[in-house]
Design a protein around this ligand. Structure first.
Ligand SMILES: [Cu+2]
Length: 257
């Protein structure tokens, strides 16, 4: 990744300059999260959240996720969580001793759902378990531009927001957890909503939040172009699998809709 980071440096610098050109909200800029496996899932991923005003473009690349659920691609609920400490829960959060940390047990650490990163329609917490409107399968990319509510923007700026991907292969769970039902969706097995990967949302080192007191040059600030964002993504390792593979995954994802 070192080589590609060097190669994209000029493009990233251009993106940073675009953000520095005028007044902007404190959260305007590029935010990222590295998703680490939770609950023995083997799931990992990267998240980039590009905020401009109330609009946010969320890009995700998730690998190693549970593949099949009831003979169909396993749907993966994914959310921005706020209201906690902005950290991912460790094993000590397993208060009922079933060997896994549910979303409810993890809430004091990672927070509660504030934004459902659905593929279409509503993105409010009401869609937290809308299993028919989330990405599915063992590996996927996600991209959507949505409106962030002010509390979520503030939490991102304060470093207390996390992103979680849910849904773990039941075979990877301890016996005590395998047969349980989900605390947040009683009609679903616990495995369907269990956190599979989690990461804290932090400012991208390539294009962080605005410093205070930036001069107003009168130049209109525009969101980064896709090309710039993709270049930044390459630097993060988002495209580690190669542009062709990501393009293929994206085609698969969009062909379902
Ligand atoms: Cu979640």
């Amino acid at each position: 990744m070192r080589t590609s980071t060097l190669l994209i440096a000029p493009a990233v610098a251009l993106g940073a300059m675009a953000f520095a050109a005028g007044p902007a909200a404190a959260q305007d800029g590029v935010w990222v999260a590295d998703l680490a496996p939770a609950n023995n899932s083997g799931t990992a991923g990267t998240v980039m959240i590009e905020i401009y005003g109330q609009q946010a473009t969320v890009r995700m690349n998730v690998l190693g996720a549970a593949e099949i659920w009831n003979g169909a691609p396993f749907p993966h609920g994914q959310h921005i969580h706020i209201g906690g400490q902005g950290v991912c829960p460790g094993p000590a959060a397993d208060t009922d001793g079933d060997g896994v940390v549910s979303s409810v047990e993890g809430e004091p650490y990672a927070g509660a759902v504030s934004t459902a990163l659905t593929t279409q329609g509503d993105t409010s917490p009401a869609s937290a378990v809308a299993t028919d409107r989330f990405p599915a399968g063992g590996a996927y990319t996600y991209e959507r531009t949505l409106t962030l509510d002010p509390a979520t923007s503030e939490a991102i700026g304060a470093g207390t927001a996390t992103v979680e991907v849910h849904g773990v292969d039941p075979n990877k769970l301890p016996a005590a957890a395998r047969e349980k039902m989900s605390p947040e969706a009683p009609s679903l097995p616990l495995a369907a909503t269990l956190p599979a990967a989690c990461g804290t949302v932090v400012a991208s080192q390539m294009s962080g939040p605005m410093p205070d007191g930036a001069p107003d040059t009168g130049v209109e600030v525009r969101p980064q172009t896709d090309a710039t964002a993709l270049s930044a993504a390459a630097g993060l390792g988002l495209l580690a699998a190669g542009g062709a593979a990501v393009a293929l995954m994206r085609r698969r994802l969009t062909s379902r809709h």
